[in-house]
Design a protein around this ligand. Structure first.
Ligand SMILES: O=C[C@H](O)COP(=O)(O)O
Length: 265
């Protein structure tokens, strides 16, 4: 499989930072993205998912850097009496490009089942947002079993959008649940095998052309260059909190294309 022309690097800040801390982090990321050849040269497509209150100022701070913002969640409905919710339409209006759906924490802590994940995926797509659809096996298992579960999760998550005729490209974030918040990611062999199965499944479906499969779950510096072309990038959590680590991952994105950054990898 040839390596794609670019990798996707996403970061979810979850609810780790405060408001001002998030904006300071965005300023640092904007500085890095402004000058880093992986971003300016189009080798890395970067998105960040801060919490809702920071989306508007974060979009302002990152404007013109090539880094897109997105939300960590969205409502399945577009408008109406849904107290506390934020719609895909609102997210689009304020400049979001992405909406995360189906993260293991939302499934486990907020009881979001397959029906909710499908409804939210459809809401993202009909509002012109790229879903960052998280899938992953709960316990350690072999790659074939993990891949079968993940493909089934993607298929189920896309069912509503398929019925509505609004399928479109998405980012599938393969996140084995047991590797989230862990000290180490899954092994490169496991990641490659599961991502290859997901990429093969996506490749056979026309409306999904342009979709990416990325890996998340304790991903950080040193992982990207150990993965193959089946893996379209990384979905980062804790190990992007330090902007220097984020920059190192961009260096690694350059190295993947045989273009080491001076002083970098
Ligand atoms: O959303 C990101 C993933 O859940 C990974 O988080 P983590 O790298 O902190 O384990």
């Amino acid at each position: 499989m040839p390596r794609p022309a670019s990798v996707t690097i996403g970061v979810s800040l979850k609810m780790y930072f405060g408001h001002h801390e998030t904006l300071n982090w965005c300023r640092r990321i904007a500085d890095i993205a402004d000058r880093h050849p992986a971003v300016t040269g189009g080798l890395a497509e970067v998105f960040v998912l801060p919490s809702f209150p920071t989306l508007v100022p974060a979009a302002g701070l990152l404007a013109g850097t090539g880094v897109r913002v997105g939300a960590q969640d969205l409502c399945a409905h577009d408008a109406g009496a849904y107290t506390g919710e934020v719609s895909g339409a609102q997210l689009k209006e304020i400049g979001c490009g992405y909406a995360e759906v189906g993260h293991a924490e939302r499934r486990r802590l907020f009881h979001e089942d397959e029906a909710v994940v499908a409804a939210k995926t459809a809401a993202a797509l009909r509002n012109g947002l790229t879903p960052v659809l998280c899938v992953g096996e709960p316990e350690r298992t072999d790659a074939a079993q993990a891949a079968a579960r993940c493909v089934a999760e993607v298929e189920s998550a896309l069912a509503d959008a398929e019925r509505a005729g609004t399928l479109g490209p998405l980012v599938v974030a393969y996140e084995p649940q047991w590797a989230i918040g862990a000290p180490e990611p899954a092994s490169p062999e496991h990641i490659r095998a599961v991502c290859a199965a997901l990429a093969a499944w996506l490749a056979g479906r026309g409306p999904l052309a342009g979709s990416r499969v990325v890996y998340g779950g304790s991903a950080g510096p040193g992982l990207l260059t150990r993965l193959g072309p089946e893996v379209g990038g990384l979905f980062l959590g804790r190990f992007a909190h330090d902007p220097a680590a984020f920059e190192q991952i961009l260096d690694e994105a350059m190295a993947l294309h045989g273009t080491p950054v001076a002083g970098g990898v």
